[in-house]
Design a protein around this ligand. Structure first.
Ligand code: 3AM
Length: 185
């Protein structure tokens, strides 16, 4: 099964984002917008994981989550991977996490690896909310969109748990929450 670990922002925080994004959607037919009900903040992408590994994975994620503090985060200015001029992914940034959030991501990934899930990809952790993706092989010049989202500053929200998510790929992607573990505090 295809898994990732994520934060699930509260509906109020996502509703604000939806309101900010809505005026732009129709202007960018070259982008595929992610449906708001799928929005999440990925902490660690695990990829294909054998079902037998789940109990050990759950235990290790629970333990890793419990070693990190709950935090107050907010969505901030837009950006793009790999760059606004040749965007493959357009996102909103996550503010307020800093080093503790990066440490948490590293700790979850390390716990998952000990359960045989995921791998170190060496990429720096860049917390974000993916809003839209370019169609395959097309880098989009999304500078006006990134610029339009540059002033976005969402209301702070409480990140108190991490979720293990399963992606069901197909004509329309669906995510299923397999577990949730509290952060401390
Ligand atoms: O929606 P975001 O960007 O947070 O991009 C995928 C998504 O992240 C990412 O995992 C999340 C859930 O699908 N993802 C998919 N394939 C990936 C890969 N091979 C990947 N991240 C890293 N390596």
């Amino acid at each position: 099964m295809r898994l990732f670990v994520a934060l699930s922002p509260p509906p109020e925080a996502l509703a604000e984002v939806a309101e900010a994004v809505e005026p732009h959607r129709d202007d960018w037919p070259e982008l595929r917008w992610v449906a708001p009900e799928l929005w999440h903040v990925t902490m660690s992408f695990l990829g294909e994981v054998a079902e037998e590994a789940l109990p050990d994975l759950a235990e290790r994620l629970a333990r890793a989550a419990g070693r990190h503090p709950a935090m107050t985060l907010s969505f901030g200015a837009g950006g793009a991977f790999s760059s606004p001029a040749r965007a493959r992914v357009v996102w909103l940034g996550v503010r307020g996490g800093g080093l503790p959030l990066s440490r948490m991501a590293a700790s979850l990934a390390a716990g998952a690896r000990r359960a045989g899930a995921g791998h170190a990809d060496g990429k720096p952790f860049h917390p974000h909310l993916t809003l839209a993706r370019a169609r395959p092989r097309a880098g989009v010049d999304a500078r006006p969109l990134v610029e339009a989202l540059s002033s976005f500053a969402g209301t702070p929200w409480h990140a108190g748990a991490v979720h293990l998510m399963r992606s069901h790929l197909g004509p329309s992607v669906r995510y299923e929450a397999l577990g949730a573990w509290p952060l401390t505090g």
